[in-house]
Each structure stands twice: as C-alpha cells, then as structure tokens.
Design a protein around this ligand. Structure first.
Ligand code: AHG
Ligand code: MN
Ligand code: MN
Ligand code: MN
Length: 323
C-alpha cells in the first residue's frame, strides 16, 4: 500500500506543500496518542477558560491547539495560522508560503464519553506583505489543501490537494498513514440524513418543510424512507458521508438571534466543503456554494448543507435554488 509521502509525490504536489501536509500528519499522530490515553493521561474534562467562540474549552482543546501551533512553528513554510481556539491570527514565519486554519479538536463534547473526535485543517496561499486577519479572508476555492484526521477505532485522514479526495488509515504497527481509498466518490443519492433534530422549531421555513417531507418519506412526496444519524462531531458525520453518502446539515436557526449559525467557515465549513466537492458531492449554505463565500472575519460562522449531490439539490429546491 502507498504511504502518504508516496501518494503526494505521485500527485506531483509541490515539495513545500507536501512538507507542510506531512508535518500536519505527524502532529495528528501525536494527537491520536494523546486522545487514546484519555483518563490515563488526565487529559479529559474542561478548563476554566472560554474561547473566542464563547465555548468553555476542554483540556484537550487547549492541548491539541498547542501541539498544532508548535508543529506549525517548526515548519518553515507557514506564514501564519488561525485556529478556533485562538482569538487572533498568529504570525509564524515571514518567509512562509502558506496560511493554515484549523479546528484542533472537532466534536470536543464527545471527548469525555470516549466518542469520535478529529482535527480539521485548511491550507491557503500566503500573500506578500504584512500578516493580518485580512490575509486569511480568502474564499474556500483558494484552498491548496484541506483535510481532517478522525480519531476513531482507527485513525484516518481525509485529504484533498485538488486531485480528488483520498482516505488514509494510520497503521498502528508502523505509524504510517497508508492510502486506503485513492478516490472517494460520494453516492449521488442517499436515504440517510444527519441534523440536530432538537433545533427543529428554530429553523427557517424551507428547512422545516424539507425535513418534514423527508420524515414523511413515502407517505408524503418522497419516493423512499430515510434513516437518521448524528455523531455530534462534524468530522464523524462528514466521514460517514464520504464513506457511504448522506446529507449533513447544520442550518440557520433562531435559537440565539446573535448566533444564527453554529459551524465556523474557516475551520470547519470550507475544508469539509472542498473534501466533499472533490469527492463529487455538494456543499451549500442553502443559498449558495460554501466555497464561494467571501469571508469577512476569521471566526465567521455559516449554515452548512453538504453531501450526496442529488439530495443536497432537493434540499436547495426548498430554498428556491435549483442548481
Ligand atoms: P467543536 O467541538 O470544534 O466546537 O465543534 C462542534 C460542532 C461540530 O463538530 C458538530 O457538528 C456540532 O458542533 C455539534 O453540534 P450539537 O452540539 O448541536 O450536536
Ligand atoms: Mn469548540
Ligand atoms: Mn469543530
Ligand atoms: Mn474544536
């Protein structure tokens, strides 16, 4: 089986980008170890700090953020980084060619119940000149690489450098990522959906109608019945979509009028949207492609509807958008 290094070489990914991806992969192997030690290493539970998102940080949110920061600071090709757990962008190396955005630990509410968590990353080109928040405000189509590492029963990495989406599995014997799916292809149709149903009463009308029709299945307007799954970690839910299709949604809601969206554009929505599009799926806010959004702030949040192309299109038709 091909290693990650061999695959990057075969895909003719530049030396500097390959080096950066390999550093992220190496760091994720260490995170995988930290996560696996769980209670034995005293890493479970929360801190007393809040992050800029207004969330109480778990100990592992802070530990994994520091691990990634250290790894990227040791990497000569990184100009700057932005993280879910950092208030401001961090300058790394004036000569660096790349900007890295990351969610160091996605699904951190799962950590204390020994359920799925992961790391999500996005790589953008750095521009010449001073590094500011503006340097990062590039649309998702500018990403030169995006991926996640899922710390599950096995540790897996999904990666795209614009040549389709690949899946790698970490071999615990050699500690190498090996290519286990060279070309992920999301089925066009699906009978599986993922949404936090407890927010139903807070959604906009189009989403309310779409989900009620979907739940009615054959009794209503749909030709099939649907099954539901919710892992409560975007990495886990998107991984299932890459493996066997599905539609994943975290739509707009009015539970808290100051925070109508949950997922972060730069650390969650954009990298997942690129992985999904590169695997033949679709990723939208309900009103346009996620990858076309011109970001206004690094911590910006957006609505997310992604997965099997035909099902995402059906959902969009309720929003008045026929693709
Ligand atoms: P994070 O742990 O990085 O803050 O992200 C959590 C996100 C995402 O992973 C997941 O899809 C969603 O929150 C879960 O939301 P609910 O709590 O509504 O289930
Ligand atoms: Mn968080
Ligand atoms: Mn997250
Ligand atoms: Mn997180």
């Amino acid at each position: 089986m091909q290693t990650l290094t061999q695959t990057l070489t075969k895909q003719a990914v530049s030396e500097s980008l390959s080096q950066l991806i390999l550093s992220l992969a190496d760091c994720s192997k260490e995170i995988s170890q930290a996560v696996r030690h769980g209670a034995l290493a005293g890493v479970l539970g929360a801190t007393e700090q809040e992050n800029v998102q207004g969330e109480t940080q778990k100990k592992l949110d802070v530990i994994t953020n520091d691990m990634l920061k250290d790894a990227l600071k040791a990497e000569g090709n990184v100009r700057g980084l932005a993280s879910e757990e950092e208030d401001y962008v961090v300058e790394v190396n004036k000569q660096g060619e790349y900007l890295v955005c990351f969610d160091p630990l996605d699904g951190s509410s799962n950590i204390d119940i020994n359920s799925l968590v992961g790391t999500i990353f996005s790589v953008l080109p750095a521009q010449a000149g001073e590094l500011t928040e503006n340097s990062f405000l590039q649309n998702g189509r500018q990403q030169v690489a995006a991926g996640y590492v899922l710390y599950g029963p096995s540790t897996m990495m999904a990666l795209t450098t614009g040549n389709g989406t690949q899946l790698y599995t970490l071999d615990p014997d050699t500690n190498e990522f090996l290519l286990t799916d060279p070309s992920v292809s999301i089925s066009q149709d699906t009978a599986e959906f993922a949404i936090n149903m407890s927010n139903q009463r807070f959604w906009e009308a189009p989403m309310q109608t779409y989900i009620s029709d979907l739940l009615l299945g054959k009794i209503g307007t749909r030709e099939k019945s649907f099954n539901m799954r919710w892992i409560a970690a975007m990495v886990g839910d998107v991984h299932r979509v890459l493996c066997r299709g599905g539609i994943f949604m975290y739509p707009t809601d009015n539970k808290n009028p100051e925070k109508p969206y949950k997922l972060r554009l730069m650390y969650e929505a954009n990298p997942m949207a690129l992985l999904v599009e590169q695997a033949g799926g679709k990723a939208s806010t309900g009103y346009g492609d996620i990858l076309d959004i011109e970001p206004e702030a690094i911590h910006q949040r957006v609505a997310v509807i992604l997965g099997s192309a035909n099902e995402v299109e059906t959902c969009l038709s309720y929003h008045g958008l026929d693709y």
